[in-house]
Write a protein that binds this ligand. Structure first.
Ligand SMILES: [Zn+2]
Length: 276
């Protein structure tokens, strides 16, 4: 599933491909449930004629602010994929939604599993307002994370996946950051020392920054706007590396299930501690 680095890469690629400045001249919906709100008729009517002003990211949402003071939010979920193509180019299978652009291209949304959702709203905060802080934001500091952790009893792995706690982290980067910080995923957040909280802060920054530089991780379906896979899969330390030697101590990486999610750790470098 695309996480912060993958969605940010898509946003940057769409800006680079000059989506901002383009006007929607038509809307084609092929799978009704892809549009979460409003209804299909309003969606088409309210979008047509609007110009994309900015393309940004918040958490795992892509955010397109439009000239008519409305906002288009796109959540890729499991297999959603956006790209730009000349309108004359044949579409790939699983096309759910496409937008005609004023310059003759189309913005296309493919989604094999059909979990992706698109929202058109005049009040984006009604959806984005529940999200926690952005881990790469300059205003988010070590003590912010330490304070957030101190107030929560939950285990670290499900807490990092909770978008209301911190935005943009999914299974891949939660496992990578916990390994880098030397923390067991079943540690309870409020048992962490200040140093452990700081280690987690810096580990999150490091794994997300590296993944951004590598244009995201492609293990399954994720592709950039240009159709290419990301390159961060070659840099993963523990995620889906079960049985491979730990990059730090050489003992085999193990897989366990935490909060219902497959989780990858080095049992030696990530001891259970107080919470285990
Ligand atoms: Zn190890």
């Amino acid at each position: 599933m695309p996480e912060l680095p993958e969605v940010e890469t898509v946003a940057r690629d769409l800006r680079r491909a000059h989506l901002p400045g383009q006007t929607f001249t038509g809307v084609h919906l092929f799978w009704a449930r892809t549009v979460a709100c409003p209804d299909e008729t309003s969606f088409r009517a309210r979008l047509t004629g609007q110009t994309v002003e900015t393309v940004t990211r918040r958490g795992k949402f892509l955010r397109l602010d439009l000239s008519g003071a409305e906002t288009l939010l796109i959540h890729l979920r499991m297999t959603g994929r956006l790209y730009l193509a000349p309108a004359s180019e044949a579409a790939m299978p699983h096309l759910r939604l496409s937008f005609d652009l004023g310059d003759g291209r189309q913005l296309r949304f493919h989604d094999m599993r059909k979990f992706g959702r698109v929202y058109l709203t005049a009040d984006p905060d009604s959806i984005l307002g529940k999200l926690g802080p952005e881990p790469l934001d300059e205003t988010f500091r070590v003590d912010d994370l330490q304070n957030l952790l101190a107030g929560r009893k939950m285990m670290l792995k499900p807490l990092l996946l909770d978008q209301r706690f911190i935005a943009g982290i999914g299974n891949i980067y939660a496992d990578e950051a916990l390994f880098l910080a030397g923390l067991h995923p079943q540690r309870h957040a409020n048992t962490l020392s200040p140093d452990e909280g700081a280690a987690l802060f810096h580990a999150l920054r490091r794994v997300l920054t590296l993944a951004l530089e590598n244009r995201g991780t492609t293990l399954d379906d994720y592709r950039t706007v240009t159709g290419k896979p990301g390159e961060n899969q070659d840099s993963l330390l523990v995620f889906r590396q079960t049985g491979q030697p730990c990059p730090r101590c050489g003992r085999p990486i193990e897989r366990l299930v935490v909060g219902g999610r497959g989780t990858h750790i080095c049992p030696h470098c990530q001891p259970p501690g107080e919470g285990g």
